[in-house]
Design a protein around this ligand. Structure first.
Ligand code: FES
Length: 149
């Protein structure tokens, strides 16, 4: 079934095999990747500390975040170290020489790792953010203790 929610965002010729390009569609930062002849669309914001993934490294079907090396599978957005963390992925298609991305729901929010269209997703993302922030605080505290004692 076709959808009317596809938005043209880039000329097809502007994304070569093995390339990654950032686009912003209806306020959403999206990473487009062409690999194996297919086009993949993912949230372009790393959930660890919000770095843009388009500056990272693509190795086969894994994109590595440029900031701290988290890796995500471009085929489904899955973080390689935990099933609990997944980037939102977007359906893509080529129409009239343009890459089109399917956008469902409204625009961005503060925790915009993609589409936060359900309360369940919001709770998961906020919990993740809190967990990451506490982990950072714990590391800072243990480092400070090591230096003091
Ligand atoms: S911001 Fe991506 S790994 Fe830290």
């Amino acid at each position: 079934m076709d959808s009317n929610n596809f938005v043209a965002c880039l000329k097809d010729s502007e994304l070569k095999e093995g390339q990654m390009k950032p686009v912003r569609v209806k306020g959403k930062p999206i990473l487009l990747v062409r690999k194996g002849g297919q086009i993949f669309g993912l949230s372009n914001i790393c959930p660890h500390a919000e770095c843009s993934l388009h500056n990272g490294i693509l190795n086969e079907y894994l994109v590595m975040c440029p900031c701290h090396g988290w890796k995500f599978d471009i085929r489904n957005g899955q973080y390689t170290e935990s099933d609990a963390i997944t980037l939102v992925n977007y359906k893509c298609k080529v129409q009239n020489g343009k890459i089109c991305v399917e956008i469902i729901g409204k625009g961005s929010s503060f925790f915009n790792y993609g589409e936060l269209e359900t309360d369940d997703n919001k709770v998961k993302r906020v919990n993740l953010l809190i967990t990451v922030k506490f982990a950072r605080i714990n590391i800072l505290l243990s480092t400070a203790k090591t230096k003091i004692f």
